[in-house]
Design a protein around this ligand. Structure first.
Ligand code: ADP
Ligand code: ADP
Ligand code: ZN
Length: 215
């Protein structure tokens, strides 16, 4: 099964993807994570993308689509894909159609996490992740069970993203409204869009998504 999680920055796409990976053995394909890895490794793509990401603007459609295509090519056909943070423009949505077709895959669900924008700045500015395994946390909404120790891997180092500041978040939200939200009608016409209340607590959101996948 292949699904898209759609929603503005901080909606909970990454958090819910990690849970789907654990429960269903699916693979999370996050273009944000792939780009951050490229920036860290100082690949040509990373060098080109860094300033754009720091500004909260969108990286080129061809770059992110190539990342997705490569990742799918490396996966077994029996492993379901969770697209997290991709597609983000109408052009990317069209490219994804082609890429999926090349791999003999179809989209089962586009799940939109509906959130109140006022809550997103607090979510983003409180976000951090485990430096070793990448598990996501929040200062207020999802703290490690034992202070300073990752629940999943026992790691004791955590990191925060340089673009998770209030100013950049505003730009990222504006990009979402202008370029990403308009792709929903494309999928709605195909009858594959489901909406979930992303303001509910993390477990409740997971339950709603599982109900859609099992429904
Ligand atoms: P968020 O947590 O805000 O959803 P992501 O980790 O998905 O953020 O993305 C971080 C940044 O990486 C974006 O602000 C953008 O610069 C870039 N990026 C990630 N995915 C895409 C994409 N599909 N298209 C263009 N740019 C992207
Ligand atoms: P996205 O990938 O959509 O940008 P994340 O999954 O990284 O968003 O979530 C952003 C922050 O908000 C994280 O610190 C996460 O722990 C927290 N968070 C995610 N979902 C919820 C929720 N339903 N309620 C409260 N906080 C949440
Ligand atoms: Zn960890």
């Amino acid at each position: 099964m292949n699904i898209i999680l759609l929603g503005p920055p901080g909606a909970g796409k990454g958090t819910q993807s990690q849970r789907l990976v654990e429960k269903h053995g699916m693979r999370q394909l996050s273009t944000g994570d792939m780009l951050r890895a490229a920036v860290k490794a100082q690949t040509p793509v990373g060098i080109q993308a860094k300033a754009v990401m720091d500004a909260g603007e969108l990286v080129s459609d061809t770059i992110v689509s190539a990342l997705i295509s490569d990742e799918l090519a490396s996966m077994g056909n029996d492993v379901g894909a969770i697209f997290d943070g991709y597609p983000r423009t109408e052009a990317q949505a069209l490219m994804l159609d082609e890429i999926l077709q090349q791999h003999g895959r179809t989209l089962a669900h586009v799940i939109e996490l509906e959130v109140n924008e006022d809550a997103l700045v607090e979510r983003i500015t409180g976000r951090f992740t485990c430096a070793s395994c990448g598990k996501g946390y929040h200062d207020k909404f999802e703290r490690p069970k034992q202070e300073g120790v990752c629940d999943r891997c026992g790691g004791t180092e955590f990191k925060r993203r340089p673009d998770d500041n209030e100013e950049t978040v505003r730009t990222r939200m504006a990009e979402y409204r202008a370029k990403t939200a308009p792709i929903l009608p494309v999928y709605e016409a195909r009858g594959i869009v489901s909406r979930v209340d992303g303001m509910a607590d993390i477990d409740a959101v997971t339950d709603s998504i599982n109900a859609i996948l099992e429904g």
